[in-house]
Each structure stands twice: as structure tokens, then as C-alpha cells.
Design a protein around this ligand. Sequence first.
Ligand code: HEC
Ligand SMILES: [Cu+2]
Length: 506
Amino acid sequence: MRQMKQRHLGVLAFAIGIAVFSGGAHAAGDAANGEQIFKKCRACHQIGEGARNGVGPNLTGVIGRPMGSFDGYKYADGLKAANEAGGVWDEDMVFEWLASPKDYIRSFTGNDKAKTKMTFSLKKEQDRRDVAAYLATFYKADEASMQKSEERMTHGNAPVGDVSDVSAAEVDLSGYERVKQELVAPPFAPKHEQVATGKPKIVEIDFTIQEKKIKIDPDGTEIVALTFNGSVPGPMIVVHEGDYVDLTLTNPATNVMEHNIDLHAATGALGGAGITTLLPGEQAQLRFKATKVGTFIYHCAPEGSMTPYHVTHGMNGVIMVLPREGLKDEKGNQLSYDKLYYVVEQDYYVPRDENGNFKSYNFAGEDFSEWVDVMRGLIPSHVVFNGAVGSLTGEKAMTANVGETVLFVHSQANRDTRPHLIGGHGDYVWEEGAFANPPMKDLETWFVRGGSAGAALYTFKQPGVYVYLNHNLIEAVELGAAAHVVVDGKWDNSLMEQVYHGPVRK
Ligand code: HEC
Ligand SMILES: [Cu+2]
């Protein structure tokens, strides 16, 4: 089967070899006009000096370059096959590609299932001619890239995280009960047992990736967020040690970008990212055993700049793996909670226009190169809890009663954060979320390192409105990382009393 495919492509390569020499014969595009048209491509492609890979590959010198060959870019299978077949871009080919990349790559490879990640097309013929002519102005017989692609063909290193060549024994799952977890939107956690009853289970999780516009502050600043199930952060998953997580990840055809999932609770294949990378219209099912207890982040991790780009567009969340016997204090006594709140800090890097106003965009990836430029400065435009400034304040505040114990699960997939409950404490804190270790006690502020989730248990003793924030007060007050907990109950004068307030006493 594989051999047949290769032979077929070999014939194609021969045909293309001829096409290269005759290419460009009737290309009559206007490069200057093409430069204007290319603005539409800039959402995904960079070109010229200093250009990098974006959503799509760097297009500098694409005319005359082997198809699917730009270094460091991860092409879909269609362009990879075209590359193996020896295809080299000329103006006419780009002209046809732009009419419908999908149809083009299918007819080019002779494979009607071949895929491409480029979902964009240009209807007008003249536009396609002109933009192809513009690309040709960057033409250079790129010997180096030819050679590189040849080397890749002969040495063909497996990409990082690829497990397709690894052999494995089948797993017997016959003894396991399957349950579906009903996911809920943050800051809530799905219904779960604190102490597991029965044997380990297979817990089914459905994640559908949604690229959607969301407002992130009270001024109405909008981004096209990248989300698991439509919320920033994605829903919290809760399982017990020894359970299997059976996660179905769907990237609907209506999306523009490639996505995957890396779960820090999972073992192997880049936490799953190596075997869940999906083009729009694809789906993956990943089953992994929860062998480590604790709170762990999960996030999208496509590759290169795309990883921080996706994470800073909201594609992250938390999976909590509880010990089967529940949480324990430092002496091994049972700890439990009445409520769980799930707070995820999110940093955004929204680009600004020449007047300093935040820019807005229409589809996922459109802000890619500008966002990356801001991101590289390491100064976020927003640092928020649960997707937007104010998503956990006022009407949407977290609530509790005096005497209730709340477990706050707090994560940041990208930067360090330092949760603090003003007027309260962390009675028991697992800073790293690692429940197998004894908790720290009586903390004022705890530290959650970037790329992890922590957990803090607190029993409320006084009523009132508490502020729960990142105690980098600039990030909390100026950038948005603050929440409220509204606590009902009776005030305890033995803990605190306003003895006097008024003019200075004589
Ligand atoms: C929405 C994002 C997006 C837009 C807009 C877009 N492209 Fe692409 N383009 C891609 C992606 C993604 C790929 C990689 C395709 C793959 O791997 O299948 C690609 C691949 C290409 C390639 C093949 C490059 C190679 O190295 O083989 C060419 C040529 C190309 N695009 C030209 C254009 C031009 C010209 C425009 C504007 C008229 C444009 N694209 C607009 C996303 C886009
Ligand atoms: Cu993603």
C-alpha cells in the first residue's frame, strides 16, 4: 500500500520536474497590486527580511522552493507528500493553489483524502495572478533549502512526540466501568467524590475546541480566544488516582487553526500533544492513566510560537487527580471541603494601534505576528482571572458561609502567580498541587509557579467580602487579577472588633 503510494508520487515528481522548467510562461501578474492583495495573507504569513513562520510558513522565496519545505514549519500531510514527490512552487502553481488549497493538494497528490492547513482561498483570478507575481519578486534559487529538504527526505527524523513507530502491548480494560463526566463552566468543578468508592473507572471527557470572540475587560476589548469547550479557562476535570481519562478532542471544520492538548497529569507523547494534533475537521481520542495525584494544568501546545500564542489566547485549564482516600493533613488525618472554586489566571498580550488603542481581529490567528511581538516583550496587557477582568467579582463573586471549608484550585499556565486571600489565610496549602506531599500550613500568600496548579484549603471564620487576588498588586489592581468571595454568617468579635473609629482622642 505504502509502496504503491510512493510509486504513484514518483511518477508525479517526474511530471512536476517538467512543469518547473515551463513554469511562469503565461504568468502576467501585477506585483505592485499583488503586494496590496498580500495584506490578506499577512494574517497567517510573513514575507521578506526577518520573516518568521506564523500560522502558515514563511513565504520568502516560496516561488522556486520545494513545496512544504520551509524549515521548522509543521506542514499537513498533503504538502509533506508533495514535498516527498519533489514538487517545487512556481507562479502558476501558486495561482491554482490559491483558488482552493484543498482541491489543489488533492489533485496534486492524487489522494482525495490529502489534507492542508490552509483554509483560506482567493476567488478573483486577477488577484491570484497578482499575488503570485508579488511572491515571485522574492524568488531566489534557494539551494540551501533544496538541500535541507533533500536531507530530510533521506534521514527523515520522526517529529518530537511522534509515537507512530513505537510498538505496544494491548491494554485489558474489561474490568473498568465507564462514566461520563458532566463538565461545568469555571469557576465550578464537576460533581465528584472526595474519597473514591469502588474500583478505578474510565472517565470520559468531551472537549470541543472553539475559536470565538470574547470580551476581556469592561472597556469591551475583544480577542478571538482559543478555547476548550468555549470557556477561558477550559472546564476543570476531576478524577481519582488509577482512573483512566478517556478524552475525545474535536477540532470542528469551522475552526481555522490546528490544536492539540498536553495534559501535565499524563505520561508520554508530550502529555498527549504528540498524538492529538488536529486540523480543522479532525478528532482524536486519547486515553491515559492518572498515575500521579495532584492538580495539574492542561493546555494546547501546537509547536514553536504557536504554543505560547494558544496558551495566552485561553487554551488552558486544570485536571485534578485526587488520592483515592481523599486529602490528608500532615499527620494523615482526613481533610475535606464543602466547596471547590477553580481560578485560572490568564495573561493576554493584546496588540495596540498607532493611537495606543487595543486592536480587534475577526478570526483566529489574524493577530498572530502582532501578538507574538507583544508577547516577546513579556509585559501582558491584561492579567485576569477566568478569562476576563471582573469575571469573579460583583454579581459573579464566589460565595461561602462562615464555617464552610473551600478548596481554591489556582493555576497559571504561563507565568508565576501568588494567590492571597485578604483577611484570610491558606489553612492547608499544596503550593505545587502535589497531594502526595503533606500540605503547608497557615500561609499568608502562596506561590504558584508558571505551568502549574496549586490548591489551598481555607475555613471561613468571618462574614464579609474578601478579595482573592494575585499579590503582585500591579497585576491585580491595574491588570485585572482579582476576585471576590462573599461570605455570609455571624461576625466573631473574639477574632476581631472595631474598638473605636473617629476623630483623634484626647
Ligand atoms: C488563515 C491563514 C492563512 C491565510 C490567510 C493564508 N494562508 Fe497560505 N498557508 C496557511 C497555512 C496554515 C499553510 C500551510 C498549509 C499546510 O501545511 O497544509 C499555508 C501554505 C501556503 C503555501 C505553501 C507554502 C509552502 O511552503 O509550501 C503558499 C504558497 C501559501 N500558503 C500562499 C498564501 C497566499 C499567497 C495567501 C494570501 C493570498 C495565503 N497563503 C493566505 C495559512 C494561510
Ligand atoms: Cu490550540
